[in-house]
Design a protein. Structure first.
Length: 252
């Protein structure tokens, strides 16, 4: 399985796909996005949902080359996800990501990029971005379909977002992204703009559920790490053979 889909997922590409809001159509877009964003920032309930990611070549969209599934849980400012062989939790003070294949536990501050794994971050990115793209909005039954196309200089070629207008939840995001952006080994953009240079990453969001706020163990950092007598982070007993990596050495 491609390592990028575990580590970066698809949103790393979307961070370079901004859109500006100014026309009447843009105001409609902003209204839809803001209403949806509110649902992911709901502070009175815990939200959980399942996600499925699919990877395909741009020229053969029906041929699925890779896929991965997982689950999210969000309660206030706390976030937990388990996607493939990657787990992560964000609480009030830390963001912890566990890469099971690499036997690595990455610890960072809550300002780090863990939020990129949340669908609501797509909305934040689009609402705060600062240059224009071609946009198309259509309402079909209870689904708002938003299509965005970007300049050749962007990592993204296009993004299509489907939002359920009854619930305001995202149900699907399809991103056409440069292949080099979906590859851990890539260090720079490709110079050519052939259609062969693009991949399609599709994310399906399903089984949304709301519940009372919870102090469930899944949000607790102690699942993964603890501190020794010297105050240094070390793996929990369950992950005893894992290596700790700190985003900032001063975190010890």
């Amino acid at each position: 399985m491609k390592k990028w889909i575990n580590r970066k997922v698809w949103l790393v590409a979307l961070m370079a796909c901004p859109v500006i809001v100014c026309s009447s159509q843009d105001l409609q877009l902003r209204h839809i996005l803001e209403k949806s964003l509110e649902m992911y920032q709901h502070n009175d309930s815990a939200l959980s949902f399942h996600v499925k990611f699919y990877y395909a070549d741009y020229n053969e969209p029906s041929l699925i080359q890779d896929s991965i599934t997982g689950v999210f849980a969000m309660s206030g400012k706390k976030v937990f996800f388990d996607i493939g062989k990657t787990k992560a939790v964000k609480n009030d003070s830390l963001a912890i990501t566990v890469f099971e294949e690499d036997k690595l536990i990455y610890i960072s501050s809550i300002q780090d990029k863990l939020k990129e794994y949340q669908p609501g971050s797509v909305l934040e990115t689009l609402l705060s971005a600062n240059y224009a793209a071609e946009k198309k909005i259509a309402i079909n039954s209870n689904i708002a379909e938003i299509q965005l196309k970007f300049k050749d200089t962007s990592i993204c070629k296009s993004v299509a977002i489907e939002i359920d207008t009854n619930t305001s939840y995202i149900v699907k995001i399809e991103t056409v992204v440069r292949k080099d952006a979906a590859d851990d080994e890539a260090n720079q953009y490709m110079l050519s703009h052939s259609e062969d240079d693009y991949s399609i990453i599709t994310a399906l969001y399903q089984e949304y559920a709301l519940a009372p706020k919870t102090s469930s163990p899944e949000f607790e950092a102690s699942q993964y790490i603890q501190k020794n007598a010297e105050g240094h982070y070390m793996p929990s007993s369950r992950y005893a053979d894992f290596t700790i990596f700190l985003a900032n050495p001063k975190m010890q």
